[in-house]
Design a protein around this ligand. Structure first.
Ligand code: BGC
Length: 847
């Protein structure tokens, strides 16, 4: 019985308010107590206020005559007012603090509603409809894999979890209408596409973005990519790719952030937040999908799709950290990889998909296979047949079958046989439905294609693409300050080479598969920059082609094309024309590298040389002794040993995106000061692969006086180290301080140092912090990146950078102890502009 202090009974309103307070889900555990308290305060305050007003209305002077509540005469007016005010203040306090809590923990209320709604749907769904949600239907034909069958009939009959490879907004809209209007339960489709670095506006490929060492920029870029994609109805991107790549022969190096787990984790976080617009998918953003889970970059011999053998400690210490960072950032979906990981295909690997992902990391989203990977469990020699493949993938923890149709055909029979339960099916469908509910697809399944035009044509997106491209480029060599060029001192420029006038090649493989806008070629960018007074001519030189054609050339939605095959005579003629043009020009900008289909998926190489006569072309042009600038457009470091000694200026452009040509010109002519740094070690030869800076010391390190070389015919060091990049100014790093200089395990060391611009121009340094643990339960890498910061400084200016080394940075997974450890040992610290930084300090961790 709820009574007020004066004897009245207010059960109903009290319960009503308790109920109201309980429904404030953000109060979670203490909410029953809080609910009673808020309810009670609310009732009291209303009650007292009512009495106060009633009495005041009847008798404005209040103290005399008739009152509606005679017992109130007993209470002095001041006390009544005090009760009301205090009760009311409690209500305001609780409501506002709970609203604040709600703002800080978005969706914790709705999480319950989301699950309830998903469960309600599950109750109404037939087994077939559920299995359709576990299926991603191909919206385009992939020769040799998918059938010609169109997804319409399945969509109308059963709905579909997802459809992929439909870049055309009108087609997306049409299919979505079928699902929402014609399928029985009106469940919308989640449309997925590889929007890796842009949809209409194409930004640099991921390795280029990682070269910026600028996570804020990366977040901005992916946010624009997401907004453009979502505006046309694509709600899911198959990105970011978080595979650590230590071997440049592996073509997919271009799709990731390079070789380092720390930089990789920073880029992973930034990409997830950019794509999704936060830890949850914002209404105008897309669901991110971290891929390829996991170990794909360690392919044997750098051959794409080949098996990976990665010991467990290397998985935890090197290959998994970017994925963990993405999970912590709230990534909404995961793509399992193709290859065998330690003999168990990733798409049927319970250790990866359940033990690591769900049990250890508490991941709550869903897992989609890579394309056709469920069916491919047969070709791996892991599954007996398609039914076995479906069973193995499903029970390993894989929710959605991408394009292979294996779940569609065999999950039903597996349930009927009793090998998979209805409950297991529900558990796998639930996160897919929850994702759709959370993203608001049921309320807004369609894109507004009229509004999308405005988003796709936003001129600010082009500016961002240009800025991103400028920051993605790495200046590898600049002898005698040849760069930046002075356009007033040049009358003619020859743009030479098979990538000087390339368009789609500047976008890399996935950039060609969305709906890219116009591309500014390198030649056009230079023309835009120098204006009509300088003569800019181009000569293509011999064409580039792959000896083994790319399978993707025949995939309809990708627009990559080989450069036409030439006869030896045609190639010779093109070569001679290019050299002649160089001869009659003041300056040669030679643009060499790889056409788009020479990097990315199914594009591994056994040699890293400049193919198709490009090396010879470069040497011939350089022999004319004009100033020569080499601009590289490529997806991996290439063998450029000769150029590194004979070509005075080398700019690595990666695949710079639609504004690439303008950005190259901005850098060459000094309107942008390069600040990109290598996210990979640059090899001298393919024979050095895999090559990475964070290797172990070995018993014969390079620093030994004797027996120091690992090859008899080549240095084992890289041509350019990880983290390296030049600028048009110079920087000094000094005054390294560690505070304290030692601490106990669990403590934190603060590291600081000064960065000074010692050159003549404003520029951006990337201060990099490396550590080494000298002994322990395992050999630790010679160096490991543990912090970085971009610092922009005017000439002569100085800034102190600060870093923290705590347990997060100092821990590692010990193969002996089979757990994460922070060990009481001595540590080295280096700070500088690349992984060979000299500024050194040391500290000790005690027990
Ligand atoms: C690739 C994935 C990609 C998927 C969908 C696969 O071939 O390995 O990276 O996301 O296709 O296009």
């Amino acid at each position: 019985m709820w009574r007020d202090g004066l004897g009245g009974t207010y059960r109903l309103p009290t319960f009503a308010s308790v109920f109201f307070a309980l429904s404030l889900p953000q109060l979670r555990l203490p909410r029953i107590g809080a609910g009673c308290f808020v309810g009670r305060s609310l009732v009291l305050s209303v009650h007292y206020l009512k009495r106060l007003l009633a009495n005041a209305v009847v008798n404005p002077r209040y103290s005399e005559a008739r009152t509606i509540y005679p017992e109130d005469r007993m209470l002095p007016a001041l006390r009544r007012f005090f009760y009301s005010a205090v009760s009311f203040a409690f209500v305001v306090f609780f409501l506002s603090s709970s609203l604040l809590l709600q703002a800080q923990q978005p969706n914790s209320v709705s999480e319950e509603l989301v699950t309830n709604r998903a469960n309600d749907l599950l109750k109404q769904m037939t087994l077939e409809e559920k299995i359709a949600q576990l299926s991603q239907l191909p919206g385009a034909h992939v020769p040799g894999y998918s059938s010609d069958e169109k997804p319409e009939e399945t969509i109308k009959k059963l709905g579909a979890g997802s459809v992929l490879w439909v870049p055309d907004p009108k087609e997306i809209d049409r299919l979505q209408h079928l699902a929402v209007e014609q399928s029985r339960l009106h469940i919308p489709i989640l449309f997925g596409l590889d929007v890796i670095h842009g949809y209409r506006t194409t930004f640099p490929a991921p390795l280029g973005m990682a070269s910026s060492w600028n996570p804020q920029l990366v977040e901005q870029v992916e946010s624009v990519a997401a907004r453009e994609a979502r505006s046309v109805g694509i709600q899911w991107t198959f990105a970011p790719m978080l595979d650590i790549a230590r071997d440049a022969r592996w073509g997919r190096m271009i799709e990731g952030a390079g070789e380092d787990p720390y930089l990789g984790a920073a880029m992973a976080r930034a990409q997830v937040l950019g794509f999704q617009g936060g830890a949850q998918v914002a209404p105008d953003h897309v669901l991110a999908c971290m891929k390829h889970f996991a170990g794909y970059g360690a392919a044997d011999g750098g051959r794409d799709y080949d098996a990976s053998y990665v010991p467990e400690d290397l998985m935890w210490n090197v290959y998994l950290p970017p994925f963990k960072a993405a999970v912590d950032a709230g990534v909404g979906s995961v793509m399992s990889a193709y290859m065998d990981l330690n003999d168990v295909p990733a798409s049927g690997n319970r250790w990866l998909l359940t033990d690591v992902l769900r049990t250890t990391w508490k991941y709550k989203g869903f897992v989609v296979s890579d394309a056709f990977a469920v069916h491919s469990l047969i070709t791996h020699g892991f599954a007996r047949d398609a039914r076995d493949a479906a069973y193995k993938a499903f029970t390993a923890g894989l929710n959605m079958d991408m394009a292979s149709g294996t779940y569609m055909k065999f999950l039903g029979p597996l349930v009927q046989e009793g090998r998979i339960s209805q409950e297991q099916i529900d558990d796998m469908v639930r996160p897919i439905l929850e994702t759709k509910i959370r993203m608001g697809l049921f309320e807004q399944p369609y894109a507004n294609l009229v509004r999308s035009e405005q988003i796709l044509n936003d001129p600010q997106h082009l500016q961002l693409a240009r800025k991103a491209a400028q920051q993605s480029m790495v200046l590898l060599r600049n002898e005698n300050g040849l760069l930046p060029l002075d356009k007033n001192k040049i009358k003619s420029i020859a743009v030479i080479g098979p990538l000087g006038d390339a368009t789609i090649d500047l976008l890399s493989m996935w950039g060609s598969g969305t709906a890219p806008g116009p591309v500014v070629t390198v030649a056009a960018g230079i023309r835009n920059k120098v204006g009509p007074t300088v003569k800019v001519e181009s000569a293509h030189g011999p064409n580039i082609s792959r000896p083994i054609p790319s399978p993707f050339e025949n995939v309809e939605f990708l627009k990559m094309k080989e450069q036409p095959k030439q006869s030896p005579e045609e190639a010779r003629k093109a070569f001679a024309e290019a050299v002649a043009l160089a001869k009659r020009s003041d300056l040669a900008v030679v643009v060499l590298g790889e056409i788009d289909m020479m990097s990315a998926e199914s594009a591994s190489r056994s040699s890293l040389g400049l193919s198709n006569g490009q090396e010879e072309l470069l040497e011939a042009v350089a022999a004319i002794a004009k100033p020569v600038v080499l601009v590289l457009v490529n997806g991996r470091p290439l063998e450029i040993n000769w150029a590194s000694e004979h070509v005075p200026a080398i700019l690595e452009g990666w695949y710079p995106g639609g504004q690439g040509g303008n950005a190259v010109a901005d850098v060459l002519f000094g309107d942008a000061n390069p600040a990109g740094h290598l996210p990979v070690s640059w090899p001298r030869s393919a024979g050095q692969q895999p090559l990475y800076y964070n290797h172990n010391l070995t018993q014969l390190p390079e620093t030994n006086q004797e027996f120091k070389s690992r090859y008899w015919d080549l240095l084992s060091t890289p041509l350019y180290p990880f983290g390296y990049g030049l600028c048009y100014t110079t920087f000094a790093f000094d005054n390294l301080k560690l505070s304290p200089t030692g601490t106990a395990v669990g403590g934190t060391i603060e590291v600081s140092a000064e960065v000074t611009n010692t050159g003549q121009r404003e520029g951006t340094a990337v201060a990099q912090l490396y550590i080494h643990q000298r002994a322990g339960s395992a050999s630790r890498p010679v160096r490991q990146l543990k912090g970085f910061e971009r610092v922009t400084l005017a000439p002569g200016a100085k800034q102190t950078v600060h870093f923290k080394l705590g347990s997060d940075e100092l821990q590692f997974y010990s193969p002996m102890l089979k757990q994460w450890v922070v060990e009481p040992e001595q540590f080295d610290v280096w700070l500088g502009g690349d992984s060979t930084a000299k500024l050194h300090g040391e500290f000790e961790l005690t027990k």
